[in-house]
Design a protein around this ligand. Structure first.
Ligand SMILES: Cc1cc2nc3c(=O)[nH]c(=O)nc-3n(C[C@H](O)[C@H](O)[C@H](O)COP(=O)(O)O)c2cc1C
Length: 306
């Protein structure tokens, strides 16, 4: 009789019942929707990125579906930290860790966010978004190792929770930036945010997005994301959340074999709805059983074997 493989992941002192986590910015802006995501099977959720003050975001159009992926330039719209904490308060006691995604335009803002969130026990960890490719003042941080290190250090000094740093693929050497984040005290990394890109409407001869440039997500960026996870875990011993274009159990296994501790799902949910969690979980169990693995820990990092 075969024993059902276990899918749970222990990392950062947290227990995820499976490795599928909602990525930042996808459905993560209200408590009822976050609750539905967890009820749909997610092992954890990352919220929309939240700043200290409310922010409108960019004018429309902010998102376009290119078939092979989404191009978005939302511009980080959000109600601000205080309002959002009231929203999250109603999620107390859920069975999946809640990771608060945050961004800041200065270290002072970051320190204030850290102080406020430290006492907020609904949140299990914080993901620091330094990598939004279409918001001036944020996209620059992820490219500069000195800034990354000092941002993370400032946050860690004032926040008594695990800090995950979300990295940008829009750099020439992602390992260098990953090292800077770890030097600053990052407990884990997320790779990757969207790839800076643009699309032009040839009938009117203008960029499609009001913000001109946007971030490409979805299956088109998966090989870039897998490469980033592999490169980082080849050099650094730090948990990495893989993110970018995951649509199937096959894709999840690919990221785990590249060295990811768990994965985040974004565009696939925006396009296909919440049933993806159950579908992928079944596919993961089937794969592990078929190949005789008893847990996902046995699969992690396999592609690094020499
Ligand atoms: C509409 C949209 C909004 C997003 N908003 C955020 C955000 O607020 N913060 C963030 O760190 N990433 C944000 N992202 C990036 C995703 O979290 C993820 O890194 C990226 O989409 C790649 O994963 P995917 O291919 O599974 O979508 C957003 C992506 C999309 C498509």
């Amino acid at each position: 009789m075969s024993i059902e493989p276990t899918l749970n992941v222990e990392t950062l002192g947290l227990r995820f019942r499976n490795p599928l986590i909602l990525a930042a910015g996808i459905l993560g802006l209200t408590a009822p929707i976050l609750k539905r995501v967890i009820e749909s099977g997610a092992g954890g959720v990352v919220t929309k990125s939240i700043g200290l003050k409310p922010r409108k975001g960019h004018p429309n159009p902010t998102i376009v579906d290119l078939d092979f992926g989404l191009l978005n330039s939302m511009g980080l719209p959000n109600p601000g930290l205080e309002e959002f904490m009231k929203e999250l308060e109603t999620l107390r006691g859920l069975e999946a860790p809640i990771i608060l995604s945050i961004y800041a335009f200065s270290e002072d803002e970051l320190v204030e966010i850290g102080r406020i969130v430290s006492d907020f026990d609904v949140v299990s960890a914080v993901e620091l978004n330094v990598s939004c490719p279409h918001v001036d003042g944020i996209s620059e941080i992820a490219k500069n190792p000195v800034l990354v290190e000092s941002y993370v250090r400032a946050l860690k000094r004032h926040l008594d929770k695990p800090v995950i740093v979300k990295l940008s693929p829009n750099v020439s050497d992602i390992v260098r930036i990953a090292e800077a984040a770890v030097d600053g005290g990052a407990d884990a990394l997320t790779a990757i945010n969207t790839v800076r890109a643009m699309s032009i409407d040839i009938e009117v001869g203008r960029p499609v997005l009001a913000g001109i440039f946007g971030g490409l997500s979805g299956p088109a960026i998966r090989p870039i994301a897998v490469r980033c996870v592999y490169e980082i875990t080849e050099s650094l011993n730090v948990p990495v959340f893989g993110c970018g274009g995951i649509e199937t159990a096959h894709d999840v296994i690919e990221f785990l074999m590249a060295g990811a501790t768990a994965v985040q799902l974004g565009s696939v949910i925006a396009r296909g709805g919440l049933r993806v969690f159950k579908r992928i979980l079944k596919g993961l169990k089937d794969f592990l059983e078929r190949r005789g693995y008893s847990s996902i820990d046995e699969v992690r990092g396999l592609a690094h074997r020499r």
